[in-house]
Design a protein. Structure first.
Length: 259
């Protein structure tokens, strides 16, 4: 497991170096979101931090950022499956795109459930405590269930129709503890650092705030790739148990079909 975690972090860094434009797309959106936060006074003090959390423009850009990270799921998974190949990451494979659309739809469902849940609950007149409990439950369910879908997401990005939603759950069920632990150990340290940087910036001089937020933006971009890489190593192990190659039968797109 330790070796797999090292691979997750190292190969995520390699993706950032070999696919800089793809890597910087969510980073750029994160920087825009931070600019909106700074303009709203989010890092002036703790009160500003709390008040700006519900800023409509901030939340809207946050949705765009998450969608950019969903696209990273396609680019980075292809990069990893095809041996750290930046051309494979950029290639628009029609079959892979078709297979990845349901993955995006599933991710959008959870985006709405988790990020928009409180707003929906408030509009529906649901009490704050109930809404908070539902949000926490949704987060826990997502953290515990998503590793089971690692093989589906990775195979879809590779253009391999051989592993669907249900088959992914069956394949990964046999290594479920490994899948959850790897996913959490890869993600949580970077998530903690992400939220810690926000608090570090509070009350600091503008130059320091911008520097911290620039660092955080790169961290968010890297975190997005790490989550994909963690799903990849889980998918690889699950597929191996089932005697399946993640890239098997994945058709190759024409040489000119590059984004």
């Amino acid at each position: 497991m330790g070796r797999d975690l090292v691979e997750v972090f190292v190969r995520s860094g390699r993706y950032a170096l070999l696919c800089p434009l793809l890597f910087l797309i969510p980073v750029a959106v994160e920087i825009v979101q931070h600019a909106v936060e700074i303009r709203a006074g989010m890092y002036v003090d703790i009160a500003g931090l709390q008040a700006a959390e519900g800023d409509v423009l901030r939340l809207t850009i946050g949705h765009v950022k998450v969608i950019a990270l969903f696209l990273t799921g396609y680019w980075a998974a292809r990069f990893l499956v095809f041996g750290d190949d930046p051309v494979a990451a950029r290639r628009i494979d029609p079959v892979a795109v078709r297979l990845f659309v349901p993955v995006m739809a599933w991710s959008l469902f959870w985006l709405i459930a988790v990020q928009d849940g409180p707003l929906i609950a408030d509009a529906a007149g649901i009490e704050g405590n109930v809404a908070a409990a539902v949000l926490i439950l949704s987060l826990i369910v997502s953290l515990l269930f998503e590793p089971l879908l690692s093989a589906w997401k990775t195979a879809a990005a590779a253009g391999n129709p051989g592993i669907g939603f249900v088959r992914s759950i069956r394949l990964t069920g046999g290594i479920y503890p490994y899948a959850v632990i790897v996913s959490l150990l890869a993600m949580l340290p970077l998530m903690v650092a992400h939220y810690a940087l926000a608090f570090v910036a509070v009350g600091k001089a503008p130059g320091i705030v911008w520097a911290v937020m620039a660092l955080d933006s790169v961290l968010v971009g890297y975190l997005g790739v790490v989550m994909v890489a963690a799903a990849f190593v889980v998918a690889r192990r699950a597929a191996a148990r089932g005697g399946i190659n993640l890239a098997a039968d994945a058709p190759t797109a024409p040489d000119g079909a590059i984004a």
